[in-house]
Ligand binder design. Structure first.
Ligand code: BDR
Ligand code: CA
Length: 318
């Protein structure tokens, strides 16, 4: 079977941690490495969290390269607490994951991406699921490697309303200038944004079942307490949105996602709309579409794909 070669750029994060498990537990992927960024927490924390998850699932062979510690242009106000992900970014579990014994690979995120692209025989897919700072820096510093990027499948944005401002999604508003560079780059882009990821939730009763399935799902269940509370109490959602995993599910099974080609840009000047992914749904501007935008997802097969990958990963390490 031909595998999909990916580099995931993560800001781990509960849904990032689950997406890591999907990537590692689905045989269609060959994960070349994880690069990290600030986002849900400071980069030092998201990097440690990435290492902790790899150690948890016994995949310490995968390189981790630390990346952006702040956005390209805007002021960085590091979150001391993430209302969704907790103080430690992994849900402040009663029995937290131990400090990792493994370390990062000795390269920065951009250096790792550049070297991996250069050395790969085939083009590689980039999967950024945090702020786009590392990818934008790669674009600006290594134009010669753009043909080695097969596509960029990102979690971020929305065609209508946001979750971090009335109109902006969290990953984009944390570094709008970086996302602007990415959407202007000419790279092939798939945008898994809130239009579809809100619908890609694991329902509360399904979560209870999932929590009993195997040792890894038990661990993930205990990670999800604070995340579940957020969606139940504050958002009045029917379940927990698996935002970051949608990128990967879309790659494995494009049929799961209803998508449209649109021209998308990012507002980097607006007072109220800073960080909005402005999407020309009616092609008013007559620009050629630059992104395929996820507009909906078949929820049940999507959630099943996540559960199966986690079960596979659990079976690989008892
Ligand atoms: C995105 O923001 C982060 O909190 C999540 O990990 C996800 O990448 C959703 O807006
Ligand atoms: Ca994320």
């Amino acid at each position: 079977m031909e595998k999909i070669k990916i580099i995931m750029d993560v800001d781990v994060g509960i849904d990032d941690a689950i997406a890591m498990c999907l990537a590692l537990g689905n045989e269609k992927f060959e994960v070349l490495g994880f690069t990290t960024t600030f986002g849900n927490r400071r980069c030092e924390v998201t990097t440690q969290n990435t290492l902790k998850i790899l150690e948890l699932v016994g995949r310490t062979d995968i390189p981790v390269a630390p990346g952006a510690v702040r956005p390209l242009v805007k002021e960085y106000n590091p979150p001391e607490f993430s209302i969704v992900h907790g103080y430690d970014g992994l849900g402040d579990m009663a029995d937290p994951l131990p400090q990792p014994t493994i370390t990062t690979c000795g390269k920065s995120a951009v250096q790792f991406m550049a070297d991996t692209l250069r050395e790969s025989d085939e083009p590689v897919t980039l999967v950024p699921v945090g702020p786009m700072t590392n990818v934008a820096t790669l674009i600006m510093t290594h134009p010669e490697l753009m043909p080695k990027i097969k596509e960029v499948v990102l979690m971020g944005g929305s065609t209508i309303k946001g979750n971090a401002s009335p109109v902006a999604e969290a990953n984009i508003i944390q570094d709008p200038e970086a996302a602007y560079i990415l959407f202007k780059s000419g790279l092939k882009i798939k945008m898994a944004g809130l239009d579809a990821t809100w619908d890609g939730y694991i329902a509360f009763d399904e979560l209870e079942e999932f929590g009993k399935a195997n040792w890894l799902s038990e661990k993930i269940y205990s990670m999800c307490g604070i995340y579940a509370e957020h969606y139940r109490e504050r958002m009045k959602n029917p379940g927990l949105a698996m935002h970051d995993s949608l990128t990967l599910a879309w790659l494995v099974n494009p049929e799961l996602v209803q998508a449209e080609d649109y021209y998308v840009t990012v507002d980097i000047n607006g007072r109220y709309t800073y960080g909005m992914t402005v999407t020309d749904v009616d092609n008013v501007m007559k620009y050629k579409p630059n992104a395929t935008v996820a507009m909906g997802v078949d929820r049940v097969p999507f959630i099943n794909m996540i559960k199966e990958a986690i079960a596979n990963l659990a079976a690989q390490k008892k």
